[in-house]
Structure formats: structure tokens, C-alpha cells
Design a binder for this molecule. Structure first.
Ligand code: ATP
Ligand code: MG
Length: 348
């Protein structure tokens, strides 16, 4: 069996989120009293499978980075659960760990950041940057073993080993992101959370970095959580897609299904601006959402999307929409999704 045969897209659960909330308290007034909460992540339940690529999409401020940081243990969860199935076979509740207790799992879950200009320490050479996680997590490796591993990693991401002695400023944006990827891979993680890994790069080199990530995901059997605000970026790389709006999941499903049959009014709107070859889908025309995204500090009652939804009904202000399964593995948080066209026609 080759390496790639061993990789399936629907492996066993590796990370399970249950009603996860990450709220940031806001303090105000002379007594710095707790006046409100920014509900960045507001009740997300989602199972991520080993060796799959999950695209997480949604507009700026909908909580994508906060979700990634919560899984990385970088921001505390307010409530809910993040269960991680470690390589050792144990299952740990990440929300209950202190930073110190989290450390052993950090080598299994790594992050690639959005801005390769800001995320690499300019005073360290490429070798030192990629070596750092090895020094922290692989104390048994000696200097020479680490040097060899760093060289392997650089070549793995398409850089030359001679470039190890150079500094970040000597590289282009795309090359810097490759260095960030090499660093993330150093500890042989099982999960990579890539938070908008290409949005700071020139369009001309975005595809190269996306292809590299996709290739690494397949070859190494990684679980890749690919965060993007632009749904077309994740379209071709994701096995599944999760669409977020104002701290909630509105739709999740197999990529092909979500793209061919977007069912939440928000997903329909997001996709209506992406050119697609299927003439059936094209006919729907572009859906322009009116108004601004409400503040996560002051969310509308009921469905968070109702203030901009083209088919909002009275009951949408009352009930929090539950995730409903509409097809195998395809879930939508809108009780009216199946009457979309009918409701739209009634409005016009
Ligand atoms: N540390 C924090 N303290 C207070 N509010 C925060 C903090 N971090 C994020 N927020 C707020 O939480 C909300 C979600 O932010 P987040 O960065 O997760 O969104 P995002 O989907 O990643 O957006 P973008 O596409 O711009 O990166 C925003 O309203 C943001 O201002
Ligand atoms: Mg972000």
C-alpha cells in the first residue's frame, strides 16, 4: 500500500466541537464594569475527520480566526467543548487544559498564519525559525538531526536547503509563506489550521501555495482546516465546507453538494457572486445582500442572518434556527431553506 492509498477523506473524528462559544467581554464606564460580550463564536457544533480538508468560510468578523485560535488553545472557550483525539489514542478536552497542559498536543495541531510578513521573526534565520518548534517539542533530537530535518522540510515546501541561512526579508511573500508552512510541519502535526494562508499574497502566486498545501495534505494525510473569506479559494481544495455567519455555522456539507446545491440563503448569496459553469445555477442571478453585518456584540434575536435575509419570515426573529440535515452529511440552519424560491417569488 502506498502512502496515498492509506489516506481517506472521511477518517475517524479527530476534533469534535460541541456548542462551542468564545465570547470576549467588553468593559466600560469608570468602574470598568462588564457591559457586553463580543460573541465571536456563538455555539458551533462540528466534527472534523482525520485526513480531510475542511474549508471554513464567511465574511470578515464572523469568527473564523477565533474558532481556529480556540482549537489552538490561544483563546479560552467561554463554554462548550473541543474534544481532540490524540495520536496516543486518548481523547482530551482541550478547553479544560492550561497552556502548559496543552503543550504536548501543540505538536499535533499547528497553525499557518495569514500574514507571512508579520508572522516570521525578522531577526531569526530561516533555519532558526523552522528549528524552533523542534527544539521545544523534540528535545531528544540533537543539533545535527534537527539540521537535517530542517533541510528536509525546506525542500518539502519547495525551497532550497542552501536558503536556510537567509533571513525572512530576503524572500518574497509566497516564499515566506512556504517557510511558515515548513515551520508548521516541523513537529509532524496531524492537524494544520491554515488561517487565510494566501489572502496576503499576490493573486498570481496564491494558486501555487494552495497547491502546495493540498499536496502536503494528501501526501502526509493531514487534517487541514482551511480558513478563507473568499469561498472560491476553498472550492477546489476542500472535501467539506463549513459556512459561518456572525459566530454561527449556517451550512456544512460535502463540498460538491454545497457548491452545487447551496441551501442556506447566506450561502446562496456568497456563491451567487462566484462565476460558475453550470447554466442552471447561473440563472438565479446575483444576490446582493442589503445592509451591514450586525455587530457580534449586539446580535439580532433568533436567526443572526434574518436582518439581511431575502426570505426572512416572522418566526425567524423568535427561534434560533437548528441545524437540519437535508442530505447525507449536508446540514443547514434555516427552517425555510426548501421554500427559498417560493418565498422569494412571494416577496417580489
Ligand atoms: N481578542 C479579542 N477581543 C475582543 N474582540 C475580539 C477579539 N478577537 C476577535 N474579536 C472580535 O470577534 C469577532 C470575530 O473576529 P475574528 O477575527 O474571529 O473574525 P474573522 O472571521 O477571522 O475575520 P477576518 O476575515 O477579518 O479575519 C470580531 O468582531 C472581532 O472584532
Ligand atoms: Mg481572521
Amino acid at each position: 500500500m502506498t502512502d496515498t492509498d492509506a489516506v481517506t477523506t472521511t477518517g475517524p473524528p479527530i476534533i469534535e466541537l460541541k456548542d462551542l462559544k468564545v465570547w470576549f467581554p467588553v468593559h466600560g464606564g469608570v468602574f470598568a464594569r462588564h457591559v457586553a460580550d463580543v460573541k465571536a463564536v456563538d455555539g458551533i457544533s462540528l466534527t472534523i475527520h482525520a485526513a480531510e480538508t475542511l474549508g471554513v468560510v464567511g465574511e470578515s468578523g464572523c469568527g473564523k480566526s477565533t474558532l481556529g485560535k480556540a482549537v489552538m488553545g490561544l483563546v479560552p472557550a467561554t463554554s462548550g467543548s473541543i474534544r481532540f483525539h490524540s495520536v496516543s489514542g486518548e481523547s482530551v478536552e482541550l478547553t479544560q487544559l492550561s497552556r502548559r497542559e496543552y503543550r504536548p498536543y501543540r505538536s499535533e495541531i499547528q497553525m499557518v498564519y495569514q500574514d507571512p510578513y508579520a508572522s516570521l521573526n525578522p531577526r531569526l534565520s530561516v533555519e532558526e525559525i523552522v528549528d524552533e518548534p523542534l527544539r521545544v517539542h523534540h528535545r531528544a533530537m540533537n543539533r545535527e538531526q534537527r539540521r537535517i530535518r530542517v533541510e528536509e522540510l525546506l525542500e518539502r515546501v519547495g525551497l532550497r536547503k542552501e536558503q536556510a541561512e537567509r533571513y525572512p526579508h530576503e524572500f518574497s511573500g509566497g516564499q515566506r509563506q512556504r517557510i511558515g508552512i515548513a515551520r508548521a510541519l516541523a513537529t509532524r502535526p496531524r492537524v494544520i489550521i491554515a488561517d487565510e494562508p494566501v489572502s496576503a499574497l499576490d493573486v498570481s502566486i496564491q494558486a501555487q501555495v494552495i497547491n502546495l498545501m493540498q499536496e502536503l495534505q494528501k501526501d502526509l494525510g493531514l487534517t487541514l482546516i482551511f480558513i478563507a473569506h473568499d469561498i472560491s479559494v476553498v472550492q477546489h481544495v476542500s472535501d467539506r465546507v463549513a459556512v459561518m455567519y456572525l459566530g454561527n455555522l449556517v451550512e456544512v456539507g460535502d463540498s460538491k453538494q454545497v457548491f452545487s446545491q447551496p441551501s442556506h440563503p447566506y450561502t446562496r448569496a456568497l456563491l451567487s457572486s462566484v462565476p460558475r459553469p453550470d447554466p442552471e445555477l447561473k440563472r438565479e442571478g446575483r444576490i446582493v445582500l442589503e445592509g451591514d453585518v450586525p455587530s457580534p456584540m449586539d446580535k439580532p434575536s433568533g436567526c443572526g442572518f434574518r436582518t439581511r435575509c431575502p426570505i426572512a419570515q416572522e418566526d425567524c426573529a423568535i427561534e434560533d434556527p437548528a441545524m437540519e440535515q437535508i442530505n447525507e452529511g449536508h446540514r443547514v440552519a434555516c427552517p425555510h431553506w426548501d421554500r427559498y424560491q417560493q418565498l422569494l417569488d412571494q416577496r417580489q
